[in-house]
Write a protein that binds this ligand. Structure first.
Ligand SMILES: Cc1cc2nc3c(=O)[nH]c(=O)nc-3n(C[C@H](O)[C@H](O)[C@H](O)COP(=O)(O)OP(=O)(O)OC[C@H]3O[C@@H](n4cnc5c(N)ncnc54)[C@H](O)[C@@H]3O)c2cc1C
Length: 353
C-alpha cells in the first residue's frame, strides 16, 4: 500500500483549491500528496458565485463580473450597486480543468479513486466529505437551475437578479436567481430555503412558469445544475492527524449558503500553517457570524412569509456593509447597521426561544 505525507479526501472545490494552493506555493516539492476522488470525469457541475471581497486564485475561471444586482418582492424592486465588491461567477468546468492540468505536472501528486488503496496511518488528512446528521427539522438551501439561450436579446446583462420573490412561496422561502451572462444567455435558478420536502421539488415546472412569466417564448436549455446546501453544520470530530475542509469543515455561511471564498481563505490558512498544521488553531468562521446566522435561521423557520421584506431591508441604505456582513468582512459598526435594520421583536424572541 502506498504512503503519502498528505491525503485529501474528496477532490471537489475544497480539495482541489487546497491542492492548487499548496502546489502554487511550492509546498509539494519534497512532500507527497494523494487526492482521493471517486468521480470518473471532471465536467462542469456548479456555478460558484459571490461578491469578490478578497483575492483568489481563479480569476481566469470567472465567467462574468457584475457591478449591480437586484432584490425584488411584490411591493418593492431595488437595484444595488456593488462597484467595490463585484459579483462574480466561476465556471466549475474551467476551474477543474485549470487545476487538474497544473496538478498533473507535479510528480509528487497522485489521484486515487478509493481510500482503501492508501495507507492512511502516517499521513495528515484533509477531509472534504461531510458527515451530516440530518433530521427532519434541518433547513436546506436547495435549487435547480438552467442556462438558457434565447433567440432574441432579452436580458439586462448588467444586473444580476439576486432574489426575485415574485413567485409561489408555499409557506417556505422561495425566490428566483438570474445570472445574465449575455443579452441572450442566462442561468435561471429556482431556490428554496426549507426543510426536506419532496413536494417542493417540481423544479422543472417552476422554471418553466418563471420563464413564461418573464415573457420569454423561444429558448433552448444549454446546461442544468441542481444542488442542496445544508444550512446546518456537519459533525466535526476532533482528530490528531485530520482536519475537515469545505462544507465538511464548516465553511458555509448558514444564512446565505456562500462557501466558495471561505474555502479559498481556509486553503491559504492551511498553506501558511502547513509546517505546524497539527498544532495550528482550528480555522473557523467568526463566532459572531455563527451566532447571528443561527438567530436569522430561527426567525426564517418561524416566519418564512416575513423573509422577502427582511432581505429587502438588509440591502437598504449603505449596501457595502450588507455585502461585507454576508461575506464575513464586516466590522462592528457594519454589524450594528445590519442588526438595527432587522425587525427587533422577532429577533429578540428568537434569541430567547
Ligand atoms: C450546485 C451547487 C452550487 C453552488 N453554488 C455556490 C455559489 O454560487 N457560491 C458559493 O459560495 N457556494 C456555492 N455552493 C456551495 C459550495 O461552494 C459548494 O458546495 C462547494 O462545491 C463545496 O466544496 P466542497 O469541496 O466542500 O464539496 P464538493 O465540491 O462537493 O467536493 C466534495 C468531493 O468529495 C467527493 N466525494 C464524495 N464522496 C466521497 C468519498 N466517499 N470519498 C472520497 N471523495 C468523495 C465528491 O465526488 C466531490 O468531488 C454550491 C453548491 C452546489 C451543490
Amino acid at each position: 500500500m502506498k504512503e503519502f505525507d498528505y491525503i485529501i479526501i474528496g477532490g471537489g472545490c475544497a480539495g482541489l483549491s487546497l491542492a492548487y494552493e499548496l502546489d502554487l506555493h511550492q509546498k509539494l516539492i519534497s512532500k507527497t500528496l494523494a487526492i482521493v476522488e471517486p468521480r470518473k470525469e471532471y465536467l462542469r457541475d456548479k456555478t460558484w458565485s459571490f461578491w469578490k471581497v478578497s483575492p483568489h486564485n481563479f480569476e481566469d475561471c470567472v465567467k462574468k463580473n457584475w457591478k449591480e444586482f437586484s432584490i425584488k418582492n411584490s411591493s418593492n424592486s431595488r437595484i444595488i450597486k456593488c462597484d467595490n465588491f463585484p459579483y462574480q461567477s466561476i465556471d466549475s468546468g474551467l476551474f477543474y480543468k485549470k487545476i487538474i492540468n497544473k496538478l498533473n505536472k507535479n510528480k509528487n501528486i497522485s489521484f486515487f479513486k478509493n481510500i482503501n488503496d492508501l495507507n492512511i496511518n502516517n499521513a495528515f488528512i484533509f477531509n472534504s466529505v461531510p458527515s451530516l446528521k440530518n433530521t427532519s427539522s434541518n433547513l436546506w438551501q436547495h435549487f435547480y437551475g438552467v442556462e438558457i439561450e434565447t433567440d432574441q436579446d432579452f436580458f439586462n446583462d448588467r444586473t444580476v437578479d439576486l432574489m426575485d420573490f415574485n413567485c409561489d412561496q408555499r409557506n417556505n422561502v422561495h425566490f428566483f436567481y438570474v445570472l445574465p451572462f449575455d443579452k441572450n444567455k442566462a442561468m435561471i435558478e429556482t431556490t428554496w430555503l426549507s426543510k426536506e420536502d419532496l413536494s417542493l421539488k417540481d423544479y422543472e415546472a417552476q422554471i418553466k412558469n418563471y420563464i413564461n412569466h418573464l415573457g420569454i417564448k423561444n429558448y433552448k436549455i444549454t446546461y442544468k445544475e441542481e444542488g442542496a446546501i445544508p444550512l446546518f453544520y456537519p459533525i466535526y470530530k476532533k482528530e490528531k492527524n485530520k482536519i475537515n475542509i469545505g462544507t465538511a469543515g464548516g465553511m458555509t455561511r448558514l444564512s446565505t449558503g456562500y462557501t466558495f471564498l471561505n474555502i479559498q481563505e481556509h486553503s491559504k490558512f492551511i498553506r501558511k500553517n502547513l509546517d505546524n498544521i497539527k498544532r495550528a488553531n482550528k480555522y473557523e468562521l467568526k463566532n459572531k457570524y455563527k451566532f447571528l446566522d443561527k438567530v436569522f435561521l430561527k426567525v426564517l423557520k418561524k416566519n418564512p412569509d416575513k423573509m422577502p421584506n427582511i432581505f429587502d431591508k438588509i440591502f437598504s441604505g449603505y449596501t457595502d456593509s450588507a455585502i461585507k456582513f454576508l461575506s464575513n468582512k464586516s466590522n462592528i459598526i457594519e454589524d450594528m447597521t445590519i442588526i438595527l435594520k432587522m425587525p427587533k421583536w422577532l429577533f429578540i424572541k428568537s434569541i430567547f426561544n
